[in-house]
Write a protein that binds this ligand. Structure first.
Ligand code: 3HC
Length: 286
């Protein structure tokens, strides 16, 4: 049985992985963050630093606490450095082949057989990731929301084969240690939030694609008319258009509902490398 988690691993230092690493080091945990190469590792370090500087700037975090937190973070391009972790969160690209490859590798390198192997996937079956390991009972979905330091929710998603102990440890990690609020969801593509959110974002893209209204007017409609913090096209740009296509594809494959099919414009934008805010251009320029 795993006691309180002290040693956390994060695999993938993109938007989500950086945020998960940040909230973990700010919670006093020791974190090893794996990236694929030096430049990705540097980008992850800069992202975490920038986000924490923002918290310092707004008076939410003392400078010495930022420095202490950064002292608990090690960024590496060797996945093998996850060996001594008690809980690892995988947050690589939303691609089943890449994710199952990471789980197979984590299964080989993480020595503690009771360690929890979590995935931040938003739409890939947890059972599929569990099946890539020889310890399927230890695998669970722990899905965070962007920006991770701001949004309280995590979706806890046990697969059919996940052990109760894994659920207990992952839940305590997310709630007691990181201060998040969990909801439980079944292991179905999109879980709760993306199953509701993504069809809405896709509808906004279809509306724009069909020339119903300008991007700003679609967004202002939902901000000013429904008090959403940001409009759907701005939110799509923030989440990443490539990520939205990947989630839509998983949900469309699972449910066959045309409401989940990615509109052609969205696919063309991703083909062209217009992935939203992170790439400098999506529905808006950044
Ligand atoms: N990282 C860290 N902190 C951030 C941040 C970021 N990227 N963006 C904003 N913040 C913090 C700011 O520092 C500020 O904190 P403070 O109150 O301590 O100063 C606070 O959030 C508010 O920020 P701002 O005043 O700059 O801006 P807004 O009030 O416009 O809020 C927002 C920005 C928090 C991003 C807000 O617009 C929002 O919540 N938008 C909706 C986000 C959303 O729906 N996310 C879910 C996406 S779906 C998902 O993640 C699932 C995946 O599977 C697709």
């Amino acid at each position: 049985m795993v006691g309180q988690i002290q040693r956390v691993g994060v695999v993938g230092g993109g938007l989500m992985g950086s945020g998960i690493a940040e909230v973990s080091i700010r919670a006093g945990l020791d974190v090893v963050l794996s990236e694929i190469d030096e430049s990705a590792a540097e980008a992850a370090r800069a992202r975490i630093r920038k986000s924490m500087d923002r918290a310092v700037g707004s008076g939410k975090l003392a400078e010495e606490d930022r420095d202490a937190a950064l002292g608990r973070l090690r960024i590496t391009n060797e996945l093998a450095e996850q060996a001594d972790r008690q809980l690892v969160v995988e947050a690589v690209a939303e691609n089943p082949d890449i994710k199952t490859g990471v789980f197979a590798e984590l299964d080989r390198v993480v020595t503690d057989r009771d360690a929890v192997l979590a995935s931040n996937t938003s739409s890939i079956p947890i059972a599929k990731l569990a099946g890539a390991t020889e310890r399927p009972g230890s695998v669970i979905g722990v899905h965070f929301f962007n920006p991770v330091p701001v949004l309280k929710l995590v979706e806890l998603v046990p697969a059919l084969v996940t052990s109760e102990e894994t659920v207990r440890v992952a839940s305590a990690f997310a709630t007691e240690q990181l201060g998040k609020q969990p909801i439980r969801a079944q292991d179905r593509a999109g879980f709760v939030v993306n199953a509701l959110l993504v069809p809405y974002l896709l509808s906004a893209v279809r509306m724009y694609e069909g020339g119903f209204a300008a991007a700003e007017d679609i967004d202002n409609g939902m901000v000013l008319g429904c008090a959403h913090p940001m409009g759907p096209l701005t939110l799509a740009d923030m989440v990443g258009l490539d990520t939205i296509v990947a989630i839509a594809d998983s949900m469309h494959a699972e449910y066959g509902d045309p409401g989940y099919a990615a509109p052609p414009l969205l696919r063309r934008m991703v083909d062209a490398g217009l992935n939203g805010k992170k790439s400098g251009r999506g529905f808006y320029d950044y």
